[in-house]
Every structure is written in structure tokens, then in C-alpha cells.
Ligand binder design. Structure first.
Ligand SMILES: [Zn+2]
Length: 360
């Protein structure tokens, strides 16, 4: 199942615009929805020489489609920060993987911005388009320039792009993709036709995850707040310790804070790559949100399978304590990007959490 099938309605809407394409299209929506895949699929459908009659999807077989899938269609350009290009080259990822890891890298690289260059889309990348745009299209169709993540256009690049859009080149679509469209210059945003991808319905997301071979699709989808590609990434990256976290949290008043911290520390230390603590704090925050909902007799949002236990725990604490701890978590979340001492961090968290359910 392709990830663009998560957004059938948006897809059909775009296909209707095909006859009168805008010069620039801004595709936005939360992280983990498959926006980049969707944008690639739309670009492919515009370039394809024999698109499907009803859905407009690319045929996947014509010469244009073959060029496109090999990444060398002459009427297509992808603009992204140099750092993403380099990391992708090293990782040899599929487009689907590219989309999600790209979001990730943006998070990670944000912090390293001062230390490493190439995090932005720069003016030279826009200038290089001049040559591309001054010749006619190779296949007598549309030219597509995909810009991702568009909020990474630096100011000069954004201005240069804006100039281009003021006198838009013929038969050219600028396709901007962004999880944070509000960070784009308003002048640029106003030049784009906006299409915001919504969260797919839970059943659609679950079917997609199941077809990707994910067990417990519903659980992961809920944990990811309904974003299917985020769910997939979280399942791939955190399955080894997510369950452990849930187990510790659901113990609540029966939690043995220090051993729980020690065990989790062991598992987190075994993780290679990026710091898993922000994700841990995210799981904890979601658990707290659910506890707060349960305390108000509302249905839980994230830990669907733990509903009964969450209801029980909510009765053992007080709303005021729960919300105070939630605020502390926000502080912890900031610290979690630079954890001085992993064990201490986890101990502090679990002790505070356990205390929520004790008599004051
Ligand atoms: Zn084709």
C-alpha cells in the first residue's frame, strides 16, 4: 500500500487542479503524514506520459516514469538542504524512508546548526534554476521543482524564489512541502495555493500500517497521534524500549522507581544514534495527557490498550498534582536534549511520577 493512498481525498482534489495548475503549491500538514511521498507521487503523475485515466497516478512504466524513479528526469528538480542530501547519499534510502528520516534530521540538525553548515536551502540553489527554467521542457509537459522542507529556505533564497513567482515561468510548478508552513515568509505563502493534508482516518492509517507488516498497528498509530508514517518510524526505532516505558508507567503507585530507571537506562544505552530521551519524555507526556483525560472521565487518546489501568490510576491522584507534574515534564523535555546524566534523569522522573499516586 503506497502512502499516498492515505490521502485519497486530497489526491483527487489535486487531480482536479491539474487542468489549471497554480504556479506554486504549498503542501503542508503535521509530521509523519507522508507529505514528501505524496509530493513525489504528484510530481510523477504530472511528468508521466500515460497517467491513469481516473486517479491520475503515474503509470510507473513509461520512459518519463523510469527517469523519474531513477532520479534523473530532466524536467524535475529537488531542492533540499545540502545536509539532507549528504546524509541520504550515505544511507541509500528509499523515498519513503527519506521522507521520515528527513523530518528527523531536521530536528537533530537544528541543534547542530551552528556546528555544521548546509542546513538551509540557499540562494545558489535557486539561482541554479535559471538555466533549468530558460530552456523549454524536455517532454512537452510540466516542469516540477520540489522544495523540501520549504521552511528551510533561508531569507535570500526565499526572496529569490518570490521574485521568480512574481513572473512565473511557463509550464512550471513549484511544489513546496512543509511541516511548519508558518515559518515561511507570509509573502511567499500568499503566492502559493495551499493544500493541507489532514490526519487520515484511524481505519485508513491502521490498514496502511498493517500492510507495512506492523503488528499492533492501532497501538502505534494512537501513540503517534494518528500520523501513520510517524507511527512506522517510532515502531522501527523504539519498539525495544517503548513497552518497557509503558510497563513502568502503568505500575503507577506500585512502581519501584529506581530499578525501573536502571532497567530503562540499560535499554536506552543500547540504542545507537540519536538521543532517545526526548522521545521518552514524549511518551511520558502522552501518558500524562491520558491520565488527565481519564481524571475528567474523558476517553484516553494515546494509550488505548491501557485505558482501564489509566482510569484506575487517575482515581489515585488529583488533577492538580497531575497538571503540576505535566508542567514539570515540559521543563524536563527541554533538559532532555542535553542529558547530563541519563540515570539521574530517569530516576528523577520515575520518583516524581511515583509520588503522584502517594498520599500527600
Ligand atoms: Zn508513466
Amino acid at each position: 500500500m503506497k502512502s499516498e493512498t492515505l490521502h485519497t481525498e486530497s489526491w483527487m482534489r489535486l487531480q482536479k487542479w491539474r487542468a489549471r495548475l497554480p504556479h506554486a503549491l504549498l503542501l503542508s500538514g503535521e509530521r509523519g503524514l507522508g507529505k514528501l511521498d505524496f509530493a513525489f507521487a504528484f510530481a510523477a503523475s504530472l511528468l508521466c506520459e500515460a497517467p491513469h485515466a481516473e486517479e491520475g497516478a503515474a503509470c510507473g512504466e513509461c520512459l518519463a516514469c523510469r527517469w523519474f524513479s531513477q532520479g534523473n528526469h530532466p524536467d524535475f528538480r529537488l531542492l533540499q538542504p545540502a545536509a539532507l542530501r549528504i546524509e541520504e547519499a550515505g544511507e541509500d534510502k528509499s523515498k519513503a524512508g527519506k521522507m521520515d528520516s528527513a523530518d528527523d534530521k531536521v530536528d537533530k540538525t537544528d541543534k547542530e546548526k551552528s556546528a555544521r553548515g548546509g542546513q538551509q536551502i540557499v540562494i545558489d540553489q535557486i539561482r541554479e534554476l535559471d538555466e533549468f527554467l530558460c530552456v523549454g521542457t524536455h517532454r512537452q509537459k510540466t516542469r516540477v521543482i520540489l522544495i523540501h522542507p520549504a521552511e528551510r529556505l533561508n531569507r535570500e533564497a526565499a526572496n529569490a524564489l518570490l521574485k521568480m513567482l512574481e513572473e512565473p515561468p511557463q509550464d512550471t510548478l513549484f511544489l513546496l512541502v512543509s511541516s511548519e508552513p508558518m515559518r515561511l515568509a507570509p509573502t511567499l505563502r500568499s503566492r502559493c495555493q495551499n493544500l493541507r493534508l489532514p490526519l487520515p482516518k484511524a481505519a485508513v492509517g491502521e490498514a496502511f500500517l498493517a500492510s507495512a507488516g506492523l503488528r499492533d498497528a492501532a497501538t502505534w498509530l494512537a501513540l503517534a497521534g494518528g500520523a501513520p508514517l510517524l507511527a512506522l518510524r517510532l515502531a522501527e526505532k523504539t519498539a525495544s524500549w517503548q513497552t518497557l516505558t509503558t510497563e513502568a508507567l502503568q505500575r503507577g503507585d506500585r512502581l519501584d522507581a529506581l530499578p525501573a530507571a536502571a532497567q530503562l537506562e540499560k535499554n536506552l544505552k543500547a540504542m545507537k544514534g540519536e538521543n532517545p530521551l526526548p522521545q521518552f519524555v514524549d511518551w511520558a507526556q502522552k501518558w500524562l495527557v491520558d491520565l488527565n483525560l481519564a481524571a475528567q472521565n474523558l476517553p484516553v487518546r494515546f494509550y488505548l490498550g491501557e485505558r482501564a489501568r489509566i482510569m484506575e490510576l487517575a482515581k489515585k491522584s488529583q488533577p492538580v498534582r497531575l497538571s503540576r507534574f505535566y508542567r514539570q515534564l515540559l521543563q524536563l523535555r527541554r533538559e532532555s536534549t542535553h542529558p547530563l546524566n541519563l540515570r539521574l534523569f530517569l530516576e528523577q522522573f520515575f520518583l516524581g511520577y511515583h509520588a503522584l499516586f502517594l498520599e500527600e
